[in-house]
Write a protein that binds this ligand. Structure first.
Ligand SMILES: [Zn+2]
Length: 254
């Protein structure tokens, strides 16, 4: 099936497709993209306030198989509150869906005005509480070394805590943000990190974005897989092009 036929099947057209750019500016130490040669993009899903919203989101990822998409994988930046409240039941939501892991997103998702005042000790205490909640929920092997703050807040205290936590955390932002999703018909570019939320109101647009990306041969993966793909290509470029990414055709597509 060609791209147009595929999109027609999904009730979409290429007219009006746009490639979003995040509105928030992140400092260079916070990754919003990881270039790679596989057309992978990172799918991240935040918050998880309601069990129903989590269930619906996972169902959407599972249903995407019915459209011939390869298994979508995703990194879930859940609040620690959900992990603490649901414990081992967190796994119930995932059922047949196997390709997932979790990144740090605070215990209780404080308001931006509050979280900008946190010291690095405040962050470290919260990271500890979040990891403890995850371990108690039995998620040990699925807690990955990525961190995202509420609202994408990037203070020096947050970055310092990420760097000095027991297992250092890599701060990640996003290049496709919630406002973009609700404009519809978005095409997520290769290497980009997309942010969605585990809630009812986002499920339709998430399904649409997955289909559009698939029509353009872009594959949603979780962050560990995106990071590995990125490292492989950096290394290939470094070895083949004298250590200068500036000449690497993979990192500098024409
Ligand atoms: Zn959030």
């Amino acid at each position: 099936m060609n791209r147009r036929a595929f999109l027609r099947l999904a009730g979409l057209s290429t007219a009006g497709l746009f490639v979003p750019r995040g509105i928030l500016e992140f400092p260079p130490s916070v990754r919003t993209a990881m270039e790679n040669g596989y057309n992978f993009y990172g799918l991240t899903i935040d918050d998880g306030w309601s069990s129903a919203g989590v269930d619906e989101t996972v169902d959407t990822l599972l249903q995407s198989r019915a459209f011939g998409l390869p298994d979508a994988s995703a990194t879930f930046f859940f609040v620690g509150r959900l992990l603490a409240d649901r414990g081992r039941q967190v796994f119930d939501a995932f059922g047949d869906f196997r390709s997932f892991d979790f990144g740090y997103h605070t215990m209780n998702h404080p308001a931006v005005e509050e979280v900008v005042r946190w010291s690095s000790d405040d962050w470290l205490r919260d990271m500890d509480a979040w990891v403890t909640a995850g371990l108690r929920a039995g998620l040990g092997g699925l807690l990955v070394a990525f961190a995202r703050s509420p609202g994408g807040v990037t203070t020096d205290a947050f970055l310092e805590a990420c760097a000095t936590f027991d297992t250092p955390l890599m701060p990640v932002g996003w290049s496709t943000e919630p406002y973009d999703w609700h404009r519809g018909r978005i095409l997520i570019d290769s290497g980009r990190i997309a942010l969605a939320h585990a809630r009812h109101s986002d499920v339709g647009i998430l399904a649409q974005a997955l289909l559009i990306a698939h029509a353009f041969h872009r594959v949603p993966v979780n962050l560990p897989r995106l990071w590995t793909a990125h490292k492989v290509y950096r290394r290939a470029c470094d070895e083949s092009w004298g250590g200068s990414a500036a000449f690497c055709p993979y990192l500098n597509p024409k």
